[in-house]
Design a protein around this ligand. Structure first.
Ligand code: ADP
Ligand code: MG
Length: 261
């Protein structure tokens, strides 16, 4: 039937175009996420630098031993923190490979928290951690970091007056799944909006906040795609005025068998 071919071709072409646009959208969303991380790191460094400069000035101005000792200790502490952050960011940069590797969700989360520590303090967010030892998951660490940054920033932005942010990581009772809970006590999401939050470009924010984050509506759609690529699941529960809880589940890798004799 000659009439069928063009229709089929047109359909295939349209599908190809959609696939291409989806790929582009993901690239944009990923750049946005990398940009948010870069902005966080730059702010962190700026804060550390301010501390170092101020205590150096103090040590130069006041020559007594006590003041100098205090100044050196503060400079030492700030520089140690800077070194830790550099190591984390370099770790992220090195791990640009697209592949999946056995990964410890707890240590990735700790890296992300190290970067967001000051920002959380600044917005008076009290992060409560309950991390149990968990089996490794097969993951691309960079992508999981992007998921965590977006979920943590969303939680922070939902609590403009500050508040508690609960993070839990634990194996499920069967040991076959690693579960992560991110619970805030912020604005919550109206029930009729809940199905929309994972749509690309759905946002209730007016634009990026003063730290350059959020407002694109690309965060959760990217999170969802990344989680699905990891054969994981994400569930959200929210109650208006009370807060929101995101639960992530990833399949655990089987424990490493000891090598046979
Ligand atoms: N923890 C949360 N508390 C309240 N609302 C949230 C939370 N996380 C996401 N949302 C809602 O989902 C929308 C989409 O989130 P996201 O895709 O990350 O985009 P963005 O952060 O750029 O707005 C947000 O604008 C907000 O309305
Ligand atoms: Mg967001």
């Amino acid at each position: 039937m000659p009439s069928e071919k063009p229709w089929e071709t047109e359909r295939a072409e349209l599908l190809e175009k959609i696939r291409h646009l989806e790929e582009r959208l993901e690239q944009v969303a990923q750049l946005t996420a990398v940009g948010e991380l870069a902005s966080t790191t730059t702010h962190e460094f700026n804060n550390i630098l301010t501390t170092v400069l101020n205590y150096a000035k103090m040590g130069i101005r006041h020559q007594d031993k006590e003041t100098r000792d205090k100044a050196f200790t503060k400079i030492y502490d700030a520089s140690t923190r800077a070194a830790k952050i550099t190591a984390t960011v370099l770790g992220l940069a090195r791990n640009r490979k697209p592949g999946f590797e056995p990964t410890d969700l707890v240590s990735i989360t700790e890296d992300v928290l190290l970067l967001l520590d000051r920002e959380m303090n600044k917005y008076r967010i009290c992060v409560e951690r309950d991390f149990r030892p968990v089996p490794e998951i097969s993951a691309n660490a960079n992508q999981i970091e992007q998921v965590l940054v977006n979920l943590l920033i969303n939680a922070r932005q939902a609590m403009p007056e500050g508040g508690r942010l609960i993070l839990k990581i634990a194996p499920d009772p069967t040991g076959q799944t690693v579960e992560m809970l991110i619970r805030d006590f912020g604005t919550g999401i109206p029930a009729d909006k809940l199905p929309k939050i994972f749509d690309s470009f759905y946002t209730t924010k007016k634009g990026p906040d003063e730290s350059g984050k959020g407002g694109t509506g690309l965060g959760l759609s990217l999170c969802k795609r990344i989680i699905e690529r990891h054969h994981g699941k994400v569930r959200v529960e929210s109650s208006l005025g009370k807060g929101t809880a995101f639960t992530l589940r990833f399949p655990a890798l089987p424990a490493q068998e000891p090598p046979r004799e």
